[in-house]
Design a protein around this ligand. Structure first.
Ligand code: HEC
Ligand code: HEC
Ligand code: HEC
Ligand code: HEC
Ligand code: HEC
Length: 270
C-alpha cells in the first residue's frame, strides 16, 4: 500500500514531466546497442535489468537522457537531450529530478551540506545501476564507516528498527483481524501513514531528530495498537457469550430428549 502510494506519486511526476515512455523501455536503442558493446559499456545493462528501476520501467534514457528510438550514436547527442554521466556532486540533482521529497531532505542534511566536502550522496549508498528497494540493511558498518565512525549511524538504525518492528507486529495483528471479517481499513490506513512519514526520516541523518521522532511515532502506533486490543477483547467476549449459548442449547436439547423419553415411556403400551 505504501509502496503503491509512493509509486503512484513518483509515476505521476514522471507522467507530468513526460519522461517515461512505457513502450520505449523495451525497444530502447540504448539497451540494444549497449548490450552488444561488451566490457564496462554493457555492464550497466545486466545490473539495471535486476533493479527496482527496470521493474518500474525507468530505463537508461530516463536517467541519462538521449533518444531511445535512434539506433546510431546520434542517440547520445546533447541535441537529443543526452545529459551523460553525472559528476560526484551532480548526482543528487540527477536522481532528485524524480525523487523530489528525498532530495529536499537530503539537501538539508549533514551529507547534503557537505556534498562537496566528502559528504555521502545517493549513488554511494544505493549504487547506480543495481539499485534495489531501500531498507534498513543499507545502514551497515561496512558502508557507513567509510568516512566516519559507525556509532551515530548505529543509533539511527536502532531507532528506526524499533519503529519498523512495531509496525510489522501491528500489521500482522491487523491482518489477523481482517481474516476474521473485521473492517480494518482505517487502521491499516493509520499504519501506512505512520510508515510513510517514518520512512521519510532517514535522509536527514539527524540522530537527535530521529530518536526524538521515533518516540512520537511509537506513541502514534500505540493508539492503533489500543484499538486492536479493544477489538480483540470484544471478540473474546463475543466468543465467550457464543460458547455459553451453545452449552445452554445443548443442555436444553438433552433436557428435551429426557423429558420426551420419560413422557414417551409413560404413554407407550407394553
Ligand atoms: C549505436 C550504439 C549506441 C547507442 C544506440 C547508444 N549508445 Fe551509449 N555509448 C555507446 C558507445 C560506443 C559509448 C562509448 C563511447 C562514447 O562515450 O562516445 C557509449 C557511452 C555511453 C555512456 C557513457 C558516456 C560517458 O561520458 O562516459 C552513457 C551514459 C551512455 N552511452 C548511455 C546511452 C543512452 C542513455 C543511450 C540511449 C538514449 C545510448 N547510450 C545509446 C554506444 C551507444
Ligand atoms: C537510476 C538512474 C540510471 C539508470 C536507469 C541508468 N544509469 Fe547509467 N549511470 C547512472 C549514474 C548515476 C552513473 C554515474 C556512475 C556513478 O556515479 O557511480 C551512470 C554511469 C553510466 C555509465 C558510465 C560507466 C559506469 O558504469 O560508470 C554508462 C556507460 C551507463 N551509465 C550506461 C547506462 C545504460 C546503458 C543504462 C541502461 C541499461 C543505464 N546506464 C541506466 C545512473 C543510471
Ligand atoms: C548515507 C546513505 C544514503 C544516502 C546518501 C542516500 N540514501 Fe536513500 N536511503 C538510504 C537508506 C538507509 C534508506 C532506507 C531508509 C528507511 O527504510 O527508512 C533510503 C531510502 C531511500 C528511498 C526510499 C524512500 C521511501 O520512502 O521508501 C529512496 C527513493 C532513496 N533513498 C533515494 C535516494 C536519493 C535520490 C538520494 C540522493 C538525493 C539518496 N537516497 C541518498 C540511504 C541513503
Ligand atoms: C526518471 C525518474 C527517476 C530517476 C532519474 C531516478 N529514479 Fe529512482 N525510482 C524511480 C521510480 C519510478 C521508482 C519506483 C517507484 C518508487 O518506489 O518510488 C524508483 C525507485 C527507487 C528506489 C527504491 C525506492 C523504494 O521504495 O525502496 C531507490 C532507492 C531509488 N529509486 C534511488 C534512485 C537513485 C539513487 C537515483 C539516481 C542514481 C534514482 N533513483 C534516479 C524513478 C527515478
Ligand atoms: C562518503 C562519505 C560518507 C559516507 C559513506 C557516509 N557518511 Fe555520514 N557523514 C559524512 C560527512 C562528511 C558528514 C559530516 C561531518 C560529520 O558530521 O562527520 C557525515 C555526517 C553523518 C552524521 C551526523 C549528522 C549530524 O547532523 O550530526 C550521521 C548520523 C551520518 N553521517 C550517518 C551516516 C550513515 C547512516 C551512513 C551509511 C548509510 C553514512 N553516514 C555514510 C560522510 C559520509
Amino acid at each position: 500500500m505504501k509502496r503503491v502510494m509512493v509509486q503512484s506519486a513518483v509515476l505521476l511526476c514522471l507522467l507530468v514531466v513526460g519522461v517515461v515512455d512505457v513502450d520505449a523501455a523495451e525497444k530502447s536503442s540504448c539497451l540494444q546497442c549497449h548490450a552488444d558493446l561488451g566490457g564496462p559499456l554493457s555492464k550497466p545493462v545486466g545490473l539495471w535489468q535486476a533493479s527496482v528501476h527496470a521493474e518500474n520501467r525507468v530505463s537508461c534514457h530516463d536517467c541519462h537522457g538521449g533518444d531511445a528510438s535512434e539506433l546510431s550514436m546520434e542517440a547520445m547527442s546533447p541535441v537529443r537531450g543526452f545529459i551523460g554521466v553525472p559528476k560526484y556532486g551532480g548526482v543528487p540533482d540527477f536522481c532528485g529530478r524524480c525523487h523530489i521529497g528525498v532530495k529536499e531532505d537530503y539537501d538539508a542534511s549533514a551529507h547534503g551540506l557537505a556534498l562537496n566536502n566528502g559528504g555521502a550522496q545517493c549513488v554511494l549508498c544505493h549504487g547506480d545501476h543495481a539499485i534495489k528497494q531501500a531498507d534498513l540493511d543499507l545502514i551497515n558498518e561496512q558502508s557507513c564507516s567509510r568516512c566516519h565512525e559507525y556509532d551515530r549511524a548505529a543509533k539511527i538504525r536502532t531507532a528506526l528498527a524499533e519503529v519498523d518492528s512495531a509496525i510489522a507486529l501491528l500489521d500482522l495483528e491487523i491482518k489477523q483481524l481482517f481474516r476474521t471479517g473485521i473492517a480494518t481499513r482505517d487502521m491499516s490506513g493509520e499504519l501506512f501513514s505512520v510508515r510513510n512519514d517514518f520512512h521519510r526520516l532517514f535522509h536527514n541523518v539527524d540522530v537527535e531528530a530521529v530518536t526524538a521522532q521515533s518516540a512520537s511515532f511509537l506513541e502514534r502506533l500505540e493508539k492503533t495498537s489500543g484499538r486492536v486490543d479493544s477489538i480483540k477483547s470484544d471478540l473474546g467476549q463475543r466468543k465467550l457469550i457464543g460458547a455459553v449459548v451453545v452449552v445452554l442449547l445443548i443442555a436444553a436439547g438433552i433436557l428435551f430428549l429426557l423429558l420426551r423419553r420419560t413422557y414417551g415411556e409413560n404413554k407407550s403400551p407394553r
